[in-house]
Design a protein around this ligand. Structure first.
Ligand code: ARG
Length: 270
């Protein structure tokens, strides 16, 4: 099978104020903190890689006092030019929702929704073809699913997350193409596993080891799959399926429970 990359429009946020100062997921150890300059260097490598791959990268200004704002995926969900704003579960990140919405307004995006229910953007909403997979269990309120479906105009398939280490859908499942995903079955409830097996019978299944190094927190353009470099087994499986895996080191961001995909929001203009 010959695979083809399509050019993506991405939004990122430099980790200028990044740190681990509070704990809202099991990866975060505030006593240990994080090396901010190293986080910035690693993030710059990811941004430059996207540019080398031909993608268009926009940047939102980081806001002081919002150490997790680097995780741009959480800032909104953009489908067909419509911007579903985010509403964060924890007060520590609450101000990020309006900050991202303001950016969209300033950039001239007109079709926006300031949501009623908690949803953490593309952390829990992942578009596969024209179906929106929707994680819930730790962050996004299940009532947000109907709100997303009505506003974005795409069918929403709820998936229930059960392991606190994989608290966002994008830590347990990655979209590889319009029809293909890879995921970590143990992160989902038995019912949701059945849904995934039915929708994607040929999906690439991740092992405990792949998931523990955040291998599922990956970005695919249809050919190139950018993922944490420690996910070597997963990379080999992707190569065997005709993808071009590209490993990156985002060790400092992993201390906050995030990696490649968390840093990357896709702006689907049309
Ligand atoms: N510390 C952040 C949080 O717990 C990490 C967010 C990671 N983002 C993601 N898309 N999974 O909210």
């Amino acid at each position: 099978m010959t695979r083809q990359a399509t050019v993506r429009h991405l939004l990122m946020c430099r980790p200028h104020h990044f740190d681990v100062r509070y704990s809202i997921n099991p990866w975060m150890e505030p006593e240990d903190g994080a090396d901010n300059p190293l986080a910035v260097r690693q993030w710059v490598q990811l941004r430059e890689l996207y540019k080398e791959l031909g993608h268009k990268v926009e940047e939102i200004d980081p806001v002081e006092g919002l150490p997790d704002m680097v995780f741009a995926a959480n800032g909104a969900t953009v489908v067909g030019g419509k911007v579903l704003g985010a509403r964060f579960r924890y007060p520590e990140r609450a101000a990020e929702g309006p900050a991202y919405l303001s950016w969209f307004r300033e950039q001239g995006w007109a079709d926006l929704l300031d949501p009623e229910y908690v949803n953490e953007g593309e952390g829990d909403y992942l578009l596969v073809g024209d179906r929106l997979l929707a994680g819930t269990g730790f962050r996004t309120d299940p009532r947000s699913h109907a709100e997303a479906e009505a506003f974005l105009g795409v069918p929403v398939t709820p998936l229930h997350l059960v392991n606190p280490r994989f608290y966002h859908l994008d830590t347990a499942l990655a979209v590889l193409s319009d029809t293909e995903v890879m995921y970590y079955p143990a992160a989902f409830s038995p019912e949701s596993r059945e849904v995934l097996e039915r929708l994607y019978p040929d999906a690439l299944l991740a092992t405990d080891g792949d998931a523990e190094v955040f291998g599922l927190n990956a970005f695919s353009d249809g050919l190139n799959v950018v993922l944490p470099k420690a996910a070597e087994r997963l990379a080999a499986e992707l190569a065997a399926r005709g993808f071009n895996p590209v490993g990156v080191d985002l060790s400092e961001l992993l201390k906050a429970g995030g990696s490649v995909k968390c840093c990357t929001q896709e702006l689907r203009d049309s």
